[in-house]
Design a protein around this ligand. Structure first.
Ligand code: HEC
Length: 157
């Protein structure tokens, strides 16, 4: 072998090594992009599926039980069984709705006039004019008793 052919072989080997490095880099990058995309789509899906929470059952008072019946008919379609949330409305058994942050008045107002979207990505809550103030009083009892059973208590803001 001449010196020249040895050199040429070395150059070829070096070129091959570089190509392998570039290929490995490209594959690594593609894998990273794929993982990032998967995470992104999983996140989007989560959002469109809405927020739901685990709700422990409560020992309901009589008023709480009456409130539950009213809640089922008027609120559950969006706020979910036991107010645990659905893809149409947020969970009310959530720290955001502790009595210090959303007083009972927020419930009367929500039913009477609806709610502008502000805390969540669901859109506005339409008014529920079929529900009387007395109905809402009972629904509040139901929600507060469930909140308490789930450790959601008044906090000062
Ligand atoms: C058509 C769906 C829908 C129905 C039915 C519905 N809600 Fe809502 N509600 C929502 C959505 C969506 C929000 C969240 C708005 C936001 O904060 O972005 C909400 C928010 C609320 C809030 C928070 C108000 C605030 O000041 O932030 C309360 C309280 C509430 N709902 C109570 C009720 C009660 C009680 C009923 C039944 C009488 C009811 N909702 C029925 C969709 C609904």
């Amino acid at each position: 072998m001449t010196k020249r052919t040895v050199k040429r072989q070395e150059q070829r080997r070096e070129l091959r090594r570089r190509k392998q490095l570039i290929l490995a880099g490209a594959l690594g990058l593609a894998a990273l992009v794929a993982v990032a995309l998967l995470a992104y789509f999983a996140m989007l899906e989560d959002e469109s599926a809405g927020v739901t929470v685990e709700v422990l059952p409560a020992e309901l008072s009589v008023e709480g039980q009456l409130g539950e019946a009213l809640f089922k008919v008027n609120c559950q379609a969006c706020h979910g069984p036991n107010a645990a949330g659905t893809k149409l409305g947020p969970p009310l058994i959530h720290d955001i709705y502790n009595p210090g942050h959303h007083s009972d008045e927020a419930f009367y107002l929500a039913a009477a006039t609806g709610v502008r979207q502000h805390h969540w990505p669901y859109g506005d809550m339409p008014a529920q004019p079929q529900v009387t103030r007395e109905d809402v009083t009972l629904i509040i009892r139901f929600v507060r008793e469930l909140q308490e059973a789930n450790g959601i208590v008044r906090k000062a803001y």
